[in-house]
Ligand binder design. Structure first.
Ligand SMILES: C[S@@+](CC[C@H](N)C(=O)[O-])C[C@H]1O[C@@H](n2cnc3c(N)ncnc32)[C@H](O)[C@@H]1O
Length: 294
């Protein structure tokens, strides 16, 4: 029996619904399970499961480039952090505020400030020599895509998150980030272009506390992630070893399609936003084994 196009779409939607109904509660249970959560936050497992459910629900309400699973992973890392450690949480690149809503909730729980940096007018015009920006605009996109206004973002947080824990810093990163003050416990960078990532690293890395965390969205884009392994880059700008990136381009996600770098080149595909990669300040990703060199 041949199904019509409409019925095929219906069947696919039904199967996806069933898949989601099974995997969503399982993911929440697995992601929120931890022995390392500080008691000081008053967040036993049942409350963390409820938090995961809230994140999932918000992800359906506010358009987002990243998954609630990634938001929950970041929330768990914050809950596992020693409450004595100082530092704010930073988000660079918020679009409509899909991740901001969820990060604002966890920041209210743990008593850290969430500072949101964005142009609030979308991606900037391409910078010369930025391969991602050049590719994006060659595909016909124009500056301004992924734009959400400050009012739109604030409105989403007021409705679904915790606006009291947020402050907003509008402007192009090259102008706004050099003004940043204060220590950073965790930052989430979802800024698409090489030039934007460079602005974030140059201006924010020195503020990240030792053992602080940097989360990155573009985890399947190997050339983009390569900066976290570049000895030349870290030596030139920070006089230190590269920190590496956990989860970058690695790990075949169970139950998901494995996106290899060749598939990534296909313009019809975008990477699955189910996950993120992160690095820890203080780790060193150096290859130290050269058996043939004296
Ligand atoms: C893919 S969107 C972020 C998606 C968001 N993290 C989410 O989970 O829904 C990228 C964001 O980065 C911002 N952005 C990129 N480069 C920027 C720059 N140089 N200055 C200011 N904002 C920038 C854009 O305005 C856009 O909101």
């Amino acid at each position: 029996m041949r199904l019509s196009y409409k019925n095929r779409l219906r069947l696919i939607r039904l199967l996806r619904g069933c898949w989601s109904a099974v995997t969503t509660p399982l993911s929440i249970i697995i992601l929120s399970y931890s022995f390392k959560v500080s008691r000081a936050y008053g967040m036993p497992w049942n409350k963390r499961i409820w938090l995961g459910f809230r994140f999932w629900r918000n992800n359906r309400r506010v358009q987002s480039g990243t998954s609630w699973r990634a938001h929950l992973l970041m929330a768990m890392k914050l809950l596992e952090m020693d409450p004595e450690l100082k530092g704010d949480v930073i988000e660079c690149g918020c679009w409509k505020g899909g991740a901001t809503v969820n990060l604002s909730i966890i920041c209210a729980i743990i008593g850290r400030r969430l500072k949101v940096y964005d142009s609030f007018e979308g991606l900037p015009p391409p910078t010369d020599g930025d391969p991602i920006a050049e590719k994006t605009f060659a595909k016909g996109f124009v500056p301004g895509i992924f734009g959400g206004t400050l009012d739109e973002v604030k409105n989403n947080i007021e409705r679904f998150g915790e606006i009291s824990s947020c402050s907003f810093h509008p402007g192009w990163f090259e102008n706004s980030l050099p003004q940043h003050k204060g220590e950073i416990a965790m930052m989430f960078l979802d800024v698409d272009f090489y030039s934007s990532l460079h602005d974030c690293l140059i201006n924010l890395w020195p503020h990240l506390i030792e053992s602080g965390l940097l989360f990155l969205d573009e985890y399947v884009n190997l050339p983009y992630c390569a900066v976290f392994y570049s000895e030349r880059y870290w030596d030139k700008y920070f006089s230190c070893a590269p920190p590496g990136l956990i989860g970058a381009g690695t790990g075949v996600q169970m139950g998901k399609i494995y996106w290899d770098p060749e598939i990534r080149q296909d313009p019809r595909q975008i990477h699955s936003p189910e996950s993120v990669a992160f690095c820890i300040k203080g780790t060193k990703a150096l290859w130290d084994f050269y058996p043939d060199v004296d």
